[in-house]
Design a protein around this ligand. Structure first.
Ligand code: UD1
Ligand code: CA
Length: 457
């Protein structure tokens, strides 16, 4: 193994103006840092070290077992950050890829190009550069007349002429590990920010007569470093486009990519159509031949084939093939729906199991309920699951018909094939095959419309 990666992720990200460490901000539902780790893994790197500092505990938790974690107690600059990985690489000889935790769009392919170029040129260091229309904020790549890299100057240290350069340092490098850490330890923080700059290692190599290579990116967007929330939104937009394109190429119809928001981990089957104004988030999995949206939000949903979800919200719930949800349904966390279940207009479900072919078609609240197969829940049915202290379950067995506007006061069980009369408040269990009605007699007073006239007479 002659390839290792250090990901610098100790900075606070002051310009984000956030309590959260910068690298933990999300782009399409995954942290910036997770994208960078994925790219390194995708490029075949086995040994990965993430340098953490600000918010070390939470950042280390996000890294988990995917990489080793080095600590930078004080954020004294990018060179100082890289040095903290030294002890993890004492036995390592080979190429060291250095990445930043705040460039989530970086692709494995690009890293492989960089490594290939570095190997074939025999350079001591190779820097990945990009031509930016607006290079403001980035370090500029200074080249000599022959086009060789001379040094990298940070924006804050650049002369007016150097500020005109639009080739920038992306913060991604490939180094020969041999001697690198000794060189790093000789750098000094003589610059505008008083920091140990990793970029200074480039000039040091040039001065010592070692080869310094550069690979220039064709698509500079890929290396946008996120420093503030405006850049975060820009990167999110780009990533969203990439995700949607991959989905479309794989056979999913996205009617309007501009109003469709799909997180990176989401999986969607072929011939499913995503309608506008739809958000599909977290670890949602959707089958084939579904119609999702318009106007829907799915968070960690598991959806079978041939399902329709319109103008609805589904959170942490699953449903099998042929279900129909909405318009205007709310599936709160913890629902399990069988095949061909219908949850219709203005119905809310929570922590409930609904069997095959059952329907909750209109204006109902179903919470903590277990509903069997082919049950029909009439319009306006409420499971009264909360007594002010505790939540109680409702059981509705196969083939039950719940009349409209029924209150089911839990805990309560309605036996198979039973019927409840419309408007009933059911406070005790109903055995199977029964009719349960709770209703005051209707009193009819005739000639009510003439009552005022009678009084006058
Ligand atoms: C850095 C480069 C700049 C380049 C730009 C690309 C230096 C001196 N400058 O500038 O040439 O154009 O990236 O995006 O390297 N970090 C630490 N510890 C520290 C300081 C930073 O771990 O003490 C980490 C940050 O968490 C971040 C990365 O290093 O992931 C880059 O730091 P940042 O402050 O964003 O550097 P830039 O000013 O953007
Ligand atoms: Ca940066």
């Amino acid at each position: 193994m002659d390839l290792a990666t250090v990901i610098l992720a100790a900075g606070k990200g002051t310009r984000m103006k956030s309590k959260l460490p910068k690298v933990l901000h999300n782009v399409c539902g995954s942290t910036m840092l997770s994208y960078v780790i994925d790219s390194a893994v995708g490029a075949g790197v086995k040994k990965i070290i993430v340098v953490v500092g600000y918010g070390a505990d939470v950042v280390a938790r996000e890294v988990g077992v995917r990489a080793q974690v080095a600590h930078q107690a004080e954020q004294l600059g990018t060179a100082h950050a890289l040095m903290q990985a030294g002890p993890f690489l004492s036995d390592f000889k080979g190429r060291l890829l250095v990445l930043c935790g705040d460039t989530p769009l970086i692709e494995s392919r690009t890293l492989l190009d960089l490594i290939r170029s570095h190997r074939s040129s025999g350079a001591a260091a190779t820097v990945l550069t990009a031509i930016m229309e607006d290079p403001a904020g980035y370090g500029r790549v200074v080249r000599d007349n022959q086009g060789g890299v001379v040094k990298i100057v940070e924006q804050k240290d650049a002369s007016p002429e150097e500020k005109q350069i639009n080739e920038v340092n992306t913060g991604v490098y490939c180094f020969e590990s041999e001697g690198l850490f000794e060189d790093l330890s000789t750098l000094s923080p003589n610059n505008a920010q008083g920091e140990y700059y990793l970029t200074d290692i480039i000039e040091m190599n040039v001065r010592r007569g070692r080869r310094v290579g550069a690979v220039t990116l064709e698509n500079p967007m890929e290396l946008t470093g996120i420093n503030d929330r405006a850049q975060l939104a820009e990167v999110e937009r780009f990533m969203r486009g990439r995700i949607l394109k991959d989905l479309m190429i794989s056979g999913v119809t996205v009617i309007d990519p501009h109003s469709t928001f799909v997180d990176r981990k989401v999986k969607i089957g072929r011939d499913t159509v995503i309608h506008p104004f739809t958000f599909i988030e977290g670890s949602t999995v959707i089958g084939e031949d579904c119609n999702i949206g318009p106007g829907s939000r799915l968070i960690n949903a598991v959806v079978g084939n041939g399902v329709s979800i319109q103008n609805s919200i589904v959170t942490d719930s699953s449903m099998e093939d042929g279900c129909s949800i909405g318009p205007f349904s709310h599936l709160r966390p913890g629902n399990t729906l069988g095949r061909e279940v219908k949850v219709g207009n203005y119905s809310e479900l929570k922590k409930s199991v609904v069997g095959d072919g059952s329907k909750v078609p209109h204006l109902s609240y179903v919470g903590d309920a277990t509903i069997g197969k082919n049950v029909n829940i009439g319009a306006g049915t409420i499971t009264c699951n909360y007594d002010g202290r505790n939540k109680w379950p409702t059981m509705i067995d196969d083939g039950v018909l719940i009349g409209s506007n029924t209150n089911l006061v839990a805990p309560v069980k309605i036996g198979a094939r039973s019927v409840t009369g419309a408007g009933s408040t059911i406070t005790r269990d109903v055995p199977e095959g029964s009719l349960a009605v709770e209703r005051a007699k209707v009193k009819v007073i005739p000639d009510w419309d003439k009552r005022d006239k009678k009084k006058k007479d």
